[in-house]
Design a protein around this ligand. Structure first.
Ligand SMILES: Nc1nc2c(ncn2[C@@H]2O[C@H](COP(=O)(O)OP(=O)(O)O)[C@@H](O)[C@H]2O)c(=O)[nH]1
Ligand SMILES: [Mg+2]
Length: 297
């Protein structure tokens, strides 16, 4: 079976692992070869620490290395880096309430549609909350995804208080016995400070008004931003109780390696990856599968 993460990582593999293997199969690993390897690793956005460790290991062996040796070194270092990251502990309580955050355009609303579909196929009932009240189009876009999945949406007028919409949504989910509420949020307001205040308020209102829900914050990160996404993500993680991340658009970038420094720098797990624009284009993130796919040339 061809797994979808394979398709998602196609561009990253083409740009990074194939040239790397070409480099080593061509013969001697001299200093200029090592420099080229270093550039390739940097260009895949694996992050400074992991790149340096791999380069040091390649230097250690001195001279020529076979493809297999290089692959083993890469595999070992990449797995090591990923295994340091803690797994998600889903919050206890009912319903499970997932606040989805991230900058404008990263794929929050689409990912929510994909998650709604997935949770339903896992036998859970789902309700969506349209808390990006900054743009009318955002509410309509969420409604379209909800229709595709056949799940209810709680919404108010454009410009209404997102925390009030979130409160209504959780109240409605409780009265209907719904398992999971997914909250869509704005990625852009007049200022970044306003955005963080708005998101903080959603968490604050939900956690003070409902003491029995399982409240989580998931951050969506666009893989296309590469290493620049890390600073962006830190702003959210510093202000909000983020517990897990989803990396979107793995299919449209050669920077898929960025998942490694994203997890390490933020010390948070990547839960799923987006591999396309369709409703089924969301894959569980399994770090072993990720590494073996990345290195399968
Ligand atoms: N190729 C690709 N495009 C995606 C993926 N996820 C979202 N998109 C696209 O990214 C754009 C912005 O998505 P949207 O969900 O509106 O982002 P939001 O502003 O964060 O809510 C849309 O055109 C989506 O179709 C993905 O995994 N792969
Ligand atoms: Mg949106």
């Amino acid at each position: 079976m061809v797994n979808e993460i394979f398709r998602g990582l196609k561009k990253t593999r083409e740009k990074f692992i194939n040239p790397l293997l070409d480099l080593f199969s061509s013969g001697k690993l001299d200093e200029s070869g090592i420099e080229k390897a270093e550039q390739l690793l940097f260009s895949a956005d694996l992050g400074f620490e992991t790149t340096e460790r791999i380069i040091n290991r390649l230097r250690d062996g001195k001279g020529w290395k076979k493809d297999d040796d290089v692959l083993n070194i890469l595999r070992g270092e990449l797995l090591d880096a990923m295994e340091k990251v803690p797994a998600l502990k889903p919050a206890e309580g009912n319903p499970r309430v997932i606040v989805v955050a991230g900058v404008n355009g990263v794929g929050k609303t689409s990912t929510i549609g994909k998650l709604a579909m997935r949770f339903q196929t896992e036998g859970k009932s789902v309700l969506l909350a349209a808390c990006d009240t900054f743009r009318a189009a955002a509410i309509e876009q969420l409604e379209l995804w909800a229709q595709k999945c056949g799940v209810p949406v709680v919404r108010q007028q454009m410009g209404s208080d997102p925390a009030a919409v979130a409160f209504d949504a959780v109240s409605s989910a409780k009265s209907k016995g719904i398992d999971i509420v997914i909250i869509d949020t704005a990625g852009r307001l007049h200022t970044k400070k306003n955005l963080m205040k708005e998101l903080e308020k959603i968490f604050r209102v939900l956690s003070t008004r409902f003491d029995d829900i399982g409240l989580e914050g998931w951050l969506i990160i666009d893989a296309n931003f590469g290493n620049n996404s890390i600073r962006q993500a830190e702003v959210f993680v510093e202000s909000l109780p983020i517990t897990g991340m989803i990396v979107s658009k793995l299919d449209s970038t050669s920077k898929g390696g960025v998942i490694i420094p994203i997890q390490n720098k933020l010390n948070l797990p990547v839960l799923y990856v987006g591999v396309g624009e369709g409703i089924d284009d969301l894959e569980d993130f399994d770090h072993r599968l990720f590494v073996s796919t990345l290195l399968s040339g």
